[in-house]
Design a protein around this ligand. Structure first.
Ligand code: ARG
Length: 459
């Protein structure tokens, strides 16, 4: 049947397996709304330019309205034999309105048509993703504000390093997702260009008005070169790269949630509705959602690699290879959107085990750097101070106690510069509130950063 579109050239019908192999309608039918939107903008322009009669344009509008209803109602009869979303819709349009349907494809090719559909689709997905990222940042800022004073151990090498506030830790993720938002917004600019008018590759002999179509569809401008317009998918690759980074950030956060929920850490609890149990072990409550998000990061990274590989060997202009751009792209957007939707709720519903976080910060000599800084402020060169404190820590390790468990006399044995005021320096509160500068972990700075980012995002 699809052979109808070009049967004149062929002497035998397409092989059945080849028909299935080359068809994309099973997955590109989700572009239907964008395909119709693009066709209507194209038809409107053809009519305005006197290429299509007002009557034909009215018929096309009427036919497309009915097709839209059929698609939305799930009643549209998609046929593999018609290969893709474009030819399925065109065939139905022609069945409904006759010759006007056959005139729609004037001055157009499926090559510029599909590139337009994908861009319209991606633009709308990017807008959803940007909104979700904003909500996720909102949830993180809520936690940060609530726990601006909550102390936990900060880690390097997953070894206790220095005390930080939980709020500060959440702000670190807020910053990552803020950059992700910027990347999405920036990518959108390059997505939002109109390929239509490029036709198959060289442009068209009709007197078209591409700017008019761009305006109708809300594009910021046209793709300036027709060969480039139909053949490159760099905008989709760029989106997948930005999406992969979002997932990498989600994955790192997930890894921390999983570790923190382990009884060995016991820092947080994740609400029951985001966890699952075990079919054999009755006591289990597993952090499946963050684990799965960490796992799904693999497929999103893989989708990026698929698209890069898809593009690398293609000569100009359009090649059928590009039909393979859709599944990785759709899967990336779907995975990202579902993940972000769940994380917005899950992050907002995390509860903290404040006491056990505090106890963990008291282990591992987290304030050793503070003691070294203290000695520097009393005149000791930093490297010497570092050595003095290292010896004190070693003694504590042998005695199995904390630095703050040493008496003033014991400490003075390490350095005569140590005086009674050292005690406040060794406390967790002293440690965090001393880091009171832009970007530091002090509660004051955390609150300031929360206010600033809320203002920036209009939250
Ligand atoms: N289904 C095709 C795609 O996804 C549409 C363009 C096909 N053009 C062509 N000349 N075969 O890319």
């Amino acid at each position: 049947q699809k052979g109808d579109a070009w049967s004149g050239r062929f002497s035998e019908p397409v092989d059945a397996l080849v028909q299935r192999y080359t068809a994309s309608v099973t997955f590109d039918k989700r572009l239907a709304v964008y395909d119709i939107q693009g066709s209507l903008a194209h038809a409107e322009m053809l009519q305005a330019q006197g290429i299509l009669s007002a009557g034909d344009y009215a018929d096309i509008q009427r036919g497309m309205a009915q097709i839209t209803n059929e698609v939305n109602a799930g009643e549209f009869d998609w046929q593999i034999a018609l290969e893709d979303v474009h030819m399925n819709i065109e065939k139905r349009l022609t069945d409904l309105i006759g010759d006007a349907g056959k005139r729609l494809h004037t001055g157009r090719s499926r090559n510029d048509q599909v590139a337009t559909d994908v861009r319209l689709y991606l633009r709308s997905e990017i807008d959803r993703i940007t909104g979700l990222l904003r909500n996720l940042i909102g949830a993180l800022l809520g936690l940060a504000d609530q726990h601006a004073d909550t102390i936990m151990p900060g880690f390097t090498h997953l070894q206790v390093a220095q005390p930080v506030t939980f709020g500060h830790h959440m702000l670190a993720y807020a910053e990552m997702f803020r950059r992700d938002m910027e990347r999405m917004t920036d990518c959108r600019k390059r997505v939002n260009r109109l390929p239509l008018g490029a036709a198959a590759l060289a442009g068209t002999t009709f007197n078209i008005d591409r700017e008019r179509v761009a305006k109708t569809l809300g594009f910021e401008g046209i793709c300036r070169n027709s060969l480039d317009a139909v053949s490159d998918r760099d905008f989709a690759i760029e989106f997948c790269a930005a999406a992969a980074l979002v997932m990498v950030h989600v994955s790192r956060m997930s890894e921390e949630f999983i570790i923190w929920m382990s009884p060995r850490f016991n820092f947080i609890d994740i609400a029951d509705r985001f966890c699952t149990g075990s079919s054999i072990m009755p006591q289990k409550k597993n952090p499946d959602v963050p684990e799965l998000a960490r796992g799904k990061t693999g497929r999103v990274n893989g989708n990026l690699m698929s698209l890069l590989t898809l593009m690398k060997g293609q000569p100009l202009a359009y090649n059928k290879d590009n039909q393979e751009d859709k599944e990785p792209l759709f899967d990336t957007a779907d995975t990202l959107i579902d993940t972000l939707r769940i994380f917005v709720d899950m992050v907002g519903a995390i509860t903290l085990k404040v006491e056990s976080m505090r106890l963990a910060a008291l282990e591992g000599y987290a304030t050793a750097t503070d003691l070294a800084d203290y000695l520097v402020k009393k005149g000791l060169p930093f490297r010497v101070a570092h050595e003095v404190v290292a010896r004190a820590v070693r003694t504590c390790v042998e005695k199995n106690c904390d630095l703050s468990d040493l008496t003033l006399e014991e400490m003075q044995a390490f350095s005569p510069l140590i005086e009674a005021d050292v005690m406040s320096v060794l406390t967790l509160e002293g440690s965090i509130s001393a880091r009171n500068h832009a970007g530091g972990t002090a509660p004051k700075q955390v609150r300031k950063a929360v206010v600033a980012m809320k203002k920036e995002l209009g939250l």
